[in-house]
Design a protein around this ligand. Structure first.
Ligand code: NAD
Ligand code: TYD
Length: 333
């Protein structure tokens, strides 16, 4: 099988490429990535010499380039997106361009070359917040941030293509991922790296917001499962089964690093901050998917990875990240 993986230099996409090259030594992967601030070829150093792997720098919104690459492959798996909620609040335009228009460009190319499968990597954030219980794949989409709305718009476009053109798409909606190589604007790597540096951990609001955490390799296994066993036109939720309040999560990180609770700094809440995410993922389990990575153990392993790979994140944090972070705290801090 020949795959076009978009956004493969980011956090989840790079894990997925490594996972697939190892699980399927006969598959070929082209990685199309624009290398935005979040794209990082250091995430793929260990696979760049693999003869079944090729990197192409470019934009999923560029139809000429996307058509050229789509002609060479059987399947597109679309990870490429603007992904950070706080950035979407500051500057939504790029989210709409990549997460909606980019999805359209990819699907048009897949149709042109008569691909038999297309996978859209989406998020549980499209459902919005739920006080109790859990969203199923049939729950209405009620996104609350420009990021979540741009992903929901992409999902609706994909579903419209399945109904109108019989387009062979599948959508996955996963909960919050964590693991090595996650850009340190997201809460787990931000708090780990700040704690290593003895800097304050900025906890939004009352710290009682709940997220469901999944180790990134389990998400990759779920995508592998729907790629091979999923039914066209379907949506599959992928949960971690690890709901934690942000304050609980923060204490776990501080304990793993033996840092004091006095590093916690409660800051002004994120506007429109979703209180709780929770999804029912029975449907993907019925395909045979099982998550394999226990939360506490993989969180500790993730903490160790950031301790052992200071150069990876210090390079990021000393670059353009600083401007983002100071802008964030000039408005919300
Ligand atoms: P990320 O921000 O780490 O990586 C995104 C990648 O996409 C980067 O390499 C970036 O350079 C690339 N990119 C951005 N715009 C592009 C464009 N126009 N053309 C080509 N490449 C472009 O994101 P991530 O956390 O790895 O998320 C990957 C996907 O998974 C996203 O679609 C996201 O919505 C989804 N998702 C993420 C999570 C999570 O917890 N991180 C959970 C569920 C779903
Ligand atoms: P984040 O990693 O941005 O993921 P998402 O908003 O997509 O779920 O945030 C996870 C949770 O952590 C969310 O409830 C917001 C909170 N958070 C903080 O309290 N402080 C921070 O500095 C960040 C980045 C997030």
């Amino acid at each position: 099988m020949k795959l076009l993986v978009t956004g493969g230099a980011g956090f989840i996409g790079s894990h997925f490429i490594r996972y697939m090259l190892s699980a399927y030594p006969t598959y070929h992967i082209i990685n199309l990535d624009k290398l935005t601030y979040a794209g990082n070829l250091d995430n793929l150093r260990d696979v760049e010499a693999n003869h079944n792997y090729r990197f192409v720098k470019g934009d999923i919104c560029d139809p000429a380039l996307v058509n050229k690459l789509a002609e060479e492959v059987d399947v597109i798996i679309n990870f490429a997106a603007e992904t950070h909620v706080d950035r979407s609040i500051m500057d939504p335009g790029g989210f709409i361009q990549t997460d909606v228009y980019g999805t359209y460009v990819l699907m048009e190319a897949a149709r042109r070359f008569n691909h038999q499968r297309y996978i859209q990597i989406s998020t549980d954030e499209v459902y919005g917040s739920i006080a109790s219980g859990a969203f199923t794949e049939g729950s209405p989409l009620q996104p609350n941030s420009p990021y979540a709305a741009s992903k929901a718009a992409g999902d609706l476009l994909v579903l419209s293509y399945t109904r109108t053109y019989g387009f062979p798409a599948i959508i996955t909606r996963c909960s919050n991922n964590f693991g090595p190589n996650q850009y340190p604007e997201k809460v787990i790597p931000l708090f780990i790296t700040n704690a290593i540096e003895n800097k304050p951990l900025p906890l939004y609001g009352d710290g009682q917001n709940v997220r469901d955490w999944i180790y990134v390799v389990d998400h990759c296994a779920a995508i592998d499962c729907v790629l091979h066993q999923g039914k066209t036109g379907n949506v599959y939720n992928v949960g971690g089964g690890n709901e934690r309040t942000n304050i609980e999560l923060t204490h776990l990180i501080l304990n793993a690093l033996e840092r004091p609770a006095s590093l916690i700094q409660f800051v002004k809440d994120r506007p429109g901050h979703d209180r709780r995410y929770a999804i029912n993922d029975q449907k993907i389990h019925a395909l045979g998917y099982q998550s394999r990575h226990p939360f506490d153990e993989t969180l500790r392993a993730t903490v160790r990875w950031y301790q052992d790979n200071l150069a990876w994140w210090q390079r990021i944090k000393s670059g353009s990240f600083q401007q983002y972070y100071s802008r964030q705290y000039s408005t919300s801090g």
